[in-house]
Write a protein that binds this ligand. Structure first.
Ligand SMILES: [Zn+2]
Length: 96
């Protein structure tokens, strides 16, 4: 498993186009590269993250963002993740 991004300084966050309110700036977020993972492995990864307290997920083509800041959602959520998110009462079912 490869971590694309974890804690970011403001300079690094600006350089990679991160949101000014990115949770990476607080060290509360990670982006994990998913290009080599099967869909089943990605779903299991999200289930494990949620079971250890991840509260928000962002699904991108090449990576999954997760963080422990608060329950939020943004962007589109691939259907395969919905049962796991529902199981842990995470977005889009409960808005923080
Ligand atoms: Zn991220």
């Amino acid at each position: 498993m490869t971590t694309n991004s974890a804690f970011r300084t403001k300079e690094i966050n600006d350089r990679c186009g991160g949101s000014p309110r990115s949770k990476h700036l607080e060290g509360l977020a990670m982006d994990i590269r998913t290009m080599e993972m099967t869909n089943d492995e990605k779903v299991e990864f999200v289930r494990l993250c949620a079971s250890y307290g991840a509260l928000a997920f962002g699904f991108y083509n090449r990576f999954i963002h997760f963080d422990i800041h608060s329950k939020r959602n943004w962007g589109s959520i691939p259907r395969r993740y919905v049962p796991v998110l529902k199981q842990f009462k995470l977005s889009p079912y409960i808005r923080g």
